[in-house]
Design a protein around this ligand. Structure first.
Ligand code: AMP
Ligand code: MG
Length: 415
């Protein structure tokens, strides 16, 4: 029967950056984000904004004191000068009167600076006896005052479509009174594991069966990436079952499969996708783990065939699926969280593929230092659960000495 053996790899093997860029290019080209919905500012963390947010007035709305102290005319504050304190202004007070010449007003942080005053002197730089305030130095014009409108003018756009809403963005929306925000809906990402040996996580596996841990890690990774996981369960290594479940998956915004993309006789994911009309952009990437990763578009939806070994699944998701979810959310693809670190132990790796090794980075005295963890290869979830990053060994490196600078890909969920 046609399609029962895996297709020969006929696409050129890409580097991981080429493969990632391919995903960004293709998904960026074809996918409009889903229709937005109004979300309360309390619930919008991590969503992507689909509207402009403008200020409702100037910010700050008045000349604001940034210190507890005295509002003064700067030229009246020579070292040793004394001014009579004519009253006080608290944060929130309505300020109508201007500062009379030859006097000062006690003022609190966040209060409005009165007309006539052009500086605030910190209380620590003054001394007081009764109503008389003595100054130690000449105040600088404008010191400790944030002028009205200097942070933003009225009706200024402060948040734009495509921005991801973190805590600062949410605070800004709240500040300007934007309590409901039009946000892109989270893309729905179908997750389908494959393999005759795979059983539900709440089943007791037979001696040669394994629990479906990939669906759990993929659902978590989809959530972290800003998507909504739709877990479809497991397909047997049969083209008919794969076809049926892939068809279901294609109803969502993207489909991620695990397993069934290697060169074995029962690795049928690529054939099944092809039978559904998929066009492939890569089916091999020069990385370990994760080499047989597949990416294509099928019926207008991005589809990813990730190798089933759990660590391969996790690495290839971070490299290739996460940027697609960004784009499907209406945002730009975020950069990989790569940092440079000092290697703490010599390494010897086989050249030819870029390696992503479970590792721990520690910040000793502020300097990142990284050590690869011992592991049994790409099935070793326990090693990855001890890791907070992947040490990236470039394809052309064989021996790396202690102290050399290497790249590490942070595990954003734990670092
Ligand atoms: P495959 O990519 O299908 O050749 O699978 C490679 C390895 O990953 C095999 O040892 C599988 O048993 C394992 N594996 C495949 N799917 C899963 C899954 N859903 N959860 C955990 N391990 C899996
Ligand atoms: Mg399999």
């Amino acid at each position: 029967m046609a399609g029962l053996s895996p297709p020969a790899r006929n696409l050129t093997m890409l580097s991981y950056l080429q493969a990632r860029n391919k995903v960004i290019e293709e998904v960026g080209k074809r996918n409009a984000p889903r229709a937005p919905a109004a979300v309360s500012v309390w619930d919008a963390l991590g969503l992507v904004l689909a509207q402009e947010v403008k200020t409702d007035r100037e910010y700050p709305p008045f000349d604001r004191s940034t210190r507890d102290g005295y509002a003064v005319r700067s030229k009246e504050t020579k070292p040793g000068a004394q001014l009579k304190c004519a009253g006080e202004i608290k944060a929130g007070d309505t300020v109508r009167e201007s500062l009379a010449a030859g006097s000062c007003l006690q003022i609190m942080t966040g209060a409005a600076v009165p007309a006539g005053a052009d500086a605030v002197v910190m209380i620590e730089q003054t001394s007081r006896e009764g109503d008389l305030v003595r100054f130690e130095q000449t105040a600088q014009l404008g010191q400790n005052i944030v002028p009205k409108g200097s942070e933003a003018s009225a009706a200024q756009t402060v948040l734009a479509p495509g921005m991801r809403l973190g805590y600062a963005e949410l605070a800004l929306a709240a500040q300007v009174g934007a309590v409901q925000l039009e946000c892109a809906r989270r893309p729905r990402v179908a997750i389908l594991s494959t393999g005759d040996e795979v059983v539900l996580i709440d089943e007791t596996p037979g001696p040669f069966q394994i629990r479906n841990s990939n669906s759990v890690s993929l659902a978590a990774q989809v959530r972290i990436a800003g998507g909504e996981p739709v877990v479809l369960g497991n397909a047997a290594d049969r083209i008919e079952d794969l076809g049926e479940k892939i068809e279901r998956g294609l109803k969502e915004d993207a489909l991620v499969l695990s397993g069934g993309v290697s060169m074995g006789k029962y690795d049928l994911v690529e054939s099944a996708l092809k039978a559904m009309g998929a066009e492939f952009f890569f089916d091999a990437v020069a990385i370990r783990p994760g080499k047989p990763a597949v990416f294509g578009m099928c019926q207008g939806k991005p589809v990813f065939g990730l190798p089933g070994n759990p660590v391969s699944t996790m690495v290839t998701f971070e490299l290739f699926v996460a940027p697609a979810i960004d784009l499907l959310s209406g945002a730009e693809a975020r950069a990989l969280p790569l940092v440079e670190a000092r290697l703490a132990e010599v390494m010897k790796e086989k050249p030819g593929l870029t390696h992503f090794l479970p590792a721990r980075v520690e910040w000793r005295g502020g300097e990142p230092e990284v050590k690869a963890l011992r592991w049994q290869g790409s099935g070793d979830i326990a090693a990855l659960a001890k890791a907070n990053c992947f040490l990236v060994v470039p394809a052309d490196r064989e021996n790396i000495a202690i102290g050399e600078s290497v790249s590490v890909l942070l595990r954003k969920d734990v670092v």
